[in-house]
Structure formats: C-alpha cells, structure tokens
Design a protein around this ligand. Structure first.
Ligand SMILES: C[S@@+](CC[C@H](N)C(=O)[O-])C[C@H]1O[C@@H](n2cnc3c(N)ncnc32)[C@H](O)[C@@H]1O
Length: 227
C-alpha cells in the first residue's frame, strides 16, 4: 500500500522520532502541564466521546493509542479499557488517580494485541507524532474487530501549509518543529485512513482557533468503521 502514501507521510528515522519523544516527556512533566492538558481534553474530546456512551457499555473493549497521561476515554462507562503509550512509564505517576483500565507501554506501530481484539479504538492528537503513520494506522485496524470503529483525531493544517512544513522537516530539519515529525491536512488524514481500508462515517471538528490565521492548526476527528 506504500505507493498510495504521500511522500510527506513516509516513515521518519527512529532517531527523529526519539527526539520528538524526549521533547514530549519533558513537556508533560513540566510543572502545571497536567491541569491545562486535562482541560483541553475535556473541552475537545469529551463532548465527542459522549456520543459513544451507549456503544461503550459493559463488556465493550476499548483501546486508546497514544493516550498520554490524560487518557481521554476514561469517561466511557465500560471497564474494559487499555491505555497505551510509548511513554507510559513516564506518565503513570501523572495520570489522574481515577483513571481505570490497563496502562501499557508500547508503540502504536507494534501493538501487543491479537487481531480483532477491540470494539472501539481511539487515538487523539498522536498521528503527527508517530514514526510511521502508515504502520500506525494498519495496527489500529488490525486490532479492531470487523464492524468495529477506529476514531482518529489530529491537528490539521491547510494543505499548502502542511506541504511546506513537511518539506522543511525533510530538507531543513533544524527549522522543523521538534514535537511534530508530520504536518497533516484534513484531506490527508481521510485519505490515509481510507487507503488502508477504513470507511469514513464522519469527520468532526473539535477545535479551531478563534483568531484564525490561515496557517493555524485545527483539530479534526475522523470516525471510521473497519468493514
Ligand atoms: C500530544 S500527545 C497527546 C496525548 C493525548 N492523546 C492527549 O491528547 O492528551 C502525543 C502522544 O503520542 C504518543 N506517541 C508518539 N509516538 C507514538 C507512537 N508511535 N505510538 C503511540 N503513541 C505515540 C506520545 O508519547 C504522546 O504521549
């Protein structure tokens, strides 16, 4: 499927990803990071997650990939939840005490779960941080049962802005943005998910800046089904 992936979404080198992850670890451990981030998650993702409250009742298996310490899906009623993040060892002491479920330290590109294990798989604000968007999405799909949902949110940018920023990341990396190996447009998000076989049900905007310079990022979530 690689030939259908735009050049800008091809894997970055492991060292580039690790550099972004070091930045991420520092960011989350900074004093006062958590209250602000918990508020961001509650404002953007909780209203959307409430739509899944009926679907996510007892026995339903949920996976949140790249959950950070905020673990957005903790508000869903089922007790069968797995929160996964490569930095989970760093995050464990930061997670709110009421976070239930299992916390797993692993990469999204190599999920330690059997095929079709989950009914609902979520990932918010992660796709532009990973090492390989293509392998990441394939893994989300693999662990979702047929008919289950894959819900992926990411900061998106206008297409031309994303192209320029990806170009800078590849050609002039020292002018890149350390936290984000990728810049993704809404169109590229949907194209990536569909090219791996998902069916898009809806793409929902959960955040747009009020001041709106044309190049600024928005936050969109694609709700898709695994056929
Ligand atoms: C900006 S944080 C978002 C955390 C949380 N989802 C939120 O919205 O608060 C990005 C997260 O993606 C995780 N991440 C980076 N690369 C990843 C990968 N390859 N697989 C899974 N998670 C990854 C990082 O460790 C980090 O916790």
């Amino acid at each position: 499927m690689t030939d259908r992936i735009p050049l800008s979404l091809r894997d970055v080198k492991k060292n580039r990803w690790k550099k972004a992850q070091r930045h991420e670890a520092e960011f989350w451990q900074a004093p006062n990071a958590m209250p602000h981030q918990i508020e961001r998650v509650a404002t953007r993702y909780h209203p959307l997650l409430r739509r899944f409250e009926n679907e996510a009742r007892n026995g339903v298996q949920i996976l949140e990939v790249g959950s950070g310490p905020t673990c957005a899906t903790q508000i869903l009623p089922t007790t069968h939840k797995v929160f996964l993040d490569p930095l989970m060892r760093v995050y464990r002491p930061l997670c709110p005490p009421e976070t239930g479920g299992r916390q797993v330290c692993a990469m999204g590109e190599g999920l330690p779960f059997a095929e079709g294990r989950f009914d609902l798989v979520f990932s918010f604000n992660v796709l532009d941080h990973v090492q390989s968007p293509e392998r990441f999405v394939r893994e989300l799909i693999r662990v979702t049962r047929p008919g289950g949902k894959v819900i992926v949110g990411v900061y998106t940018h206008p297409r031309i802005f994303a192209v320029v920023r990806n170009f800078i990341e590849r050609i002039l990396p020292r002018f890149g943005e350390v936290a984000h190996p990728y810049f993704i447009s809404r169109q590229a998000l949907v194209r990536l998910l569909e090219s791996e076989g998902l069916r898009t049900e809806e793409v929902v905007q959960v955040y747009a800046p009020s001041h709106r310079p044309a190049f600024h990022r928005q936050d969109w979530v694609a709700i898709t089904t695994r056929p």
